[in-house]
Design a binder for this molecule. Structure first.
Ligand code: GLN
Length: 553
């Protein structure tokens, strides 16, 4: 066991580690494969956590464009992290902290700060051992107190950026008992023109892994269909693993079915055997079966929800999409999301909005598409269409009200129009003091007080809620009195910060300055989303009643 150079960490705390690497290309869903394995281990009674390693130089995901990397996920401690952490929180049902996302930026920044402070005085500071030690320390600390820690390395084996991390894993394996470490490599198994599964890319990628001293214990082949027995044998032979250690991960319509699929393949049993955990696992019949029950629950109805966004990339709104799904599970409803581009909404998509039973305007930054968002909100307000506005969507609902109800045509957020004569959304006071863009927003979990008897209180079943935030702007405090005209009220507040708005003249018009989607789980749908989907169902029922000739007669 190694001596940890920096902390009093007890290495016996984190017991078992599963390292997950990816080969051939990115975007194979290794995060979902890893999270699914974790879910099954947790069903079997183990305490499971995860670490996502991102080899980019950004300190965190907060400064990255969601168009390139997908959504920036926000943790309760305010960490702005890779969206895979969102999948881990949803699949494992645990809350993580920023320490569970290790980046090159974080590691190097820390090592360089220590160098400046003189902590390595007299030494040449190097990637090995100083950076690799720091990476190992971070992984061990994040795993402390758990039975199994799944460590997923972003990117593809062979990337220059990933090298220090893979070298750290090699050292890690060298330092721990064989039985405590497992390497899983997820690769692509493509088809040839004549429909044959090809293993060459996998062979090459494993060769690459071995050249840096890593031998995979398990191979997972991503393919449109299950791997043929011959394909598995071939991979086993060339990559030096038993045939039983080769698993397929084929395409499924819903990622929530991946745990069921890998369970059928026996991946969880194999992992437990290899890690010496089989004897401690709950007997099959006693394992937690809630996940299976939730994701296979019959659906009794279907609704169409328009998501009016800026990005044509669905990953940018992953948690919103998931939260809608969770509300669907709870209400036994298939929630179809209609992706409506706010940029084009004013022309060809207006009809699309009419097809929707409810509208969500999610968070965002920058001016592009705001006119379309405001139009979508006006449409909901005037036509009693259920509406949920999140962060920027909440702010735009305030702008829409100021413009179209109160008559301030020029009303806007200063983020989007610094010259507006009627600024209803202004910078948070503390933001005037900061120039840095990274990690400086109002972030993470904060408490909101909810007015009794409001829609929000009904939805939360409480007069307080704690939700995650990520914003730089807020409702201008000096406009609140004028904005609250009786129809619009701010029913959720954190002191003089407006957190929730609702309309008393509408069946379901709710906006939140926070992002409730980040706390939504398959077995615990987010209250504003659940309220929204229920309102959509109520509206549809009411419409059916009106359309029913017997009721009319
Ligand atoms: N751009 C807005 C702000 O900074 C909204 C942010 C968001 O939607 N996450 O306040």
């Amino acid at each position: 066991m190694p001596k940890e150079p920096e902390t009093g960490y007890d290495p016996s705390l984190g017991r078992k580690f599963i390292f997950v690497t990816g080969g051939v290309m990115s975007g194979l869903g290794k995060g979902i494969t890893a999270a699914s394995t974790g879910r099954l281990l947790s069903n079997a009674g183990f305490d499971v956590t995860a670490v996502k390693v991102d080899p980019y130089l950004n300190v965190d995901a907060g400064t990255m464009n969601p168009y390139q990397h997908g959504e920036v996920y926000v943790l309760k401690d305010g960490g702005e992290v890779d969206l895979d952490l969102g999948n881990y929180e949803r699949f494992l049902g645990v809350d993580m902290t920023s320490d569970h996302n290790v980046t090159t930026g974080k590691t190097y920044q820390h090592v360089i700060q220590k160098e400046r402070a003189g902590d390595y005085l007299g030494k040449t500071v190097q990637i090995i051992p100083h950076v690799t030690d720091d990476i190992k320390r971070r992984i061990r600390e994040a795993a402390a107190g758990t039975d199994v820690c799944i460590v997923e390395v972003g990117g593809t084996v062979g990337d220059i950026e990933g090298m220090p991390f893979l070298e750290s894993l090699r050292q890690f394996a060298h330092e721990e008992e064989d039985e405590d470490i497992l390497f899983t490599h997820v690769t692509l198994v493509p088809y040839s023109k004549n429909g044959e599964q090809k293993t060459k890319p996998t062979q090459h990628s494993v060769k690459e892994l071995r050249s840096i001293g890593l031998q995979p214990d398990i191979l997972v082949g991503r393919s449109s269909n299950e791997l043929d027995p011959e394909t598995k044998e071939k991979i086993a032979l060339f990559c030096d693993v038993p045939t039983e250690a080769v698993f397929s991960n084929s395409d499924v319509e819903d990622i929530y079915h991946v745990p069921l699929m890998v369970e059928e393949e026996g991946l969880d049993e194999y992992v437990m055997d290899r890690l010496g955990l089989a004897g401690e696992a709950l007997p099959k019949a006693d394992r937690d079966s809630r996940w299976r029950e939730l994701v296979t629950r019959e659906r009794e109805q279907e609704v169409d929800i328009a998501l009016v966004g800026k990005y044509d990339l669905e990953d940018a709104y992953m948690s919103v999409n998931e939260a809608l799904k969770h509300a669907g599970i709870e209400t036994k409803t298939d929630v179809n999301v209609l992706w409506v581009d706010s940029d084009e909404m004013l022309d060809k998509h207006t009809n699309r909005l009419k097809e929707a039973d409810g509208v969500v305007v999610p968070g965002g930054f920058g001016t592009r598409g705001t006119a379309g968002k405001i139009e979508a909100i006006r449409y909901c307000r005037e036509n009693d269409v259920p509406f949920l506005g999140l962060c920027l969507g909440f702010q735009m609902a305030v702008v829409e009200h100021a413009r179209n109800v109160l008559g301030y045509e020029d009303a806007h957020s200063v983020e989007l129009d610094p010259d507006t004569s009627y600024p209803v959304i202004d910078l948070l006071p503390e933001q005037y003091e900061t120039e840095d863009m990274g990690g400086t927003m109002r972030l993470g979990a904060h408490e909101t007080d909810i007015a009794a008897d409001s829609l929000a209180a009904h939805v939360y079943g409480d007069t307080v809620c704690t939700e995650r935030h990520r914003h730089r702007y807020e409702v201008a405090p000096d406009r609140i009195d004028e904005l609250e005209d009786g129809a619009l009220t701010f029913s959720g507040r954190a002191d003089n910060r407006m957190e929730i708005l609702e309309r008393t003249d509408h069946p379901y018009f709710l906006g939140t300055q926070f992002h409730p989607e980040f706390r939504s789980r398959p077995d615990r749908a987010s209250p504003p989303f659940l309220g929204f989907v229920r309102a959509v169902l109520d509206e549809l029922d009411a419409r059916d009643l009106v359309a029913d000739p017997e009721v009319q007669a």
